[in-house]
Write a protein that binds this ligand. Structure first.
Ligand SMILES: [Zn+2]
Length: 254
């Protein structure tokens, strides 16, 4: 890290803590907008933010993460239409990811872990909502990992991460092809092996078996919770979302 890191991390802990939380909330707001626009088939840079109901262009005061939603009590200021809580949850999750990272890890590793989590967040949302892992986001995650992985786990040699990228991709791709060949079903999306490879670049190959195991446990918990909740079977399992949750959890707690 250069002088920025040294100056920033020499500041009091409460300052670091609040900057991670605020940065997380702002990123969450952006990630929520990105996901909802992509799910509607729009460009991210598609003009200013508007109310979904009345199409009024929102002012800066309407767009403050978390606070605007609470201040406006979840309603549009102009037409009174309820705003979905999806963006609020995304902002809170993103802020919490920053908070947990700075609480659990030393400063530079915490920043790397927070960035890892923040890049996983839109993938987690899009796979959950549409079983969709956009390549652009996976390549961004992989690219950031080639640098960020060093700060997250400084003791790991770079070959472990390079091998993690290759091994992660090939391992899940082999399972996916196996499913298609022998069971004749699409057991996994094509994005999952690429996502697993990108996670391998961040964490190194050593963490991949644990990531896979934890992802399965997260998936099991999801299915169980859905069954207890409304007795419905979860038909499409967003395995990519489970991988994202598992990878972030291992980065901060592992
Ligand atoms: Zn409105």
């Amino acid at each position: 890290m250069g002088s920025f890191g040294e100056v920033h991390f020499a500041l009091p802990f409460w300052y670091q803590l609040s900057s991670f939380v605020i940065l997380g909330a702002i990123w969450g707001s952006f990630a929520a907008a990105l996901c909802s626009r992509w799910l509607r088939g729009e460009q991210v840079s598609h003009g200013r933010s508007r109310c979904d109901a009345c199409q009024t262009v929102l002012a800066v005061g309407d767009l403050v993460p978390v606070l605007s939603y609470m201040w406006l009590r979840g309603k549009c200021r102009y037409c009174g239409q309820g705003i979905g809580a999806g963006a609020l949850y995304t902002e809170l999750t993103s802020a919490a990811m920053g908070l947990v990272a700075i609480l659990m890890l030393p400063s530079e590793a915490a920043l790397a872990a927070a960035i890892f989590g923040w890049l996983l967040l839109p993938l987690m949302i899009l796979d959950y909502q549409r079983l969709w892992l956009p390549n652009r986001l996976i390549w961004t995650l992989a690219g950031a990992g080639s640098l960020g992985g060093y700060f997250l786990l400084p003791d790991m040699v770079w070959t472990d991460r390079a091998f993690g990228g290759i091994f992660g991709y090939l391992c899940l791709e082999a399972i996916r092809q196996g499913f298609r060949k022998f069971r004749n079903v699409e057991g996994m999306g094509g994005g999952d092996p690429r996502l697993f490879g990108a996670i391998g670049i961040w964490l190194g190959w050593q963490f991949l078996p644990f990531t896979l195991l934890l992802a399965c446990l997260v998936g099991f918990a999801h299915v169980a919770a859905a069954y207890v909740g409304d007795k419905r079977r979860v038909l499409h399992l967003p395995f990519g979302s489970y991988l994202c949750v598992a990878a972030y959890a291992l980065a901060v707690f592992g």
